[in-house]
Unconditional design. Sequence first.
Length: 118
Amino acid sequence: MSSFRIDIREMQNINVLDLKGYLDAHTAPDLEKVFQNLMEVKKFNIVVNCKDLNYISSAGLGVFMAYIEDVRKNNGDIKLSNMSPKVYNIFDLLGFPLLYDITSDEADAIKKFTASRK
């Protein structure tokens, strides 16, 4: 079974998800549960830090697509940060940079949330 872990931190009313390992068909339900829980408690400002994400499959990408509309309907967003070139290429191949803010640094993603509040 693939190794995958999600650590959740809250900073300035923004939930930061640290993804670690392999996000694939076996582990995508774990990320789905985290997004479902965030929606239930009305946490719609989300940064996904991909620094330690080694791999993402189409099933993993599908989780992001499944929640982005609900998040944005509630005046939130999902911002992605710290991707390795290998992981970024997968997102880029499928056009994610047109749909999501992807930053090289988590602090930049957080700043985009705080800037939009002013």
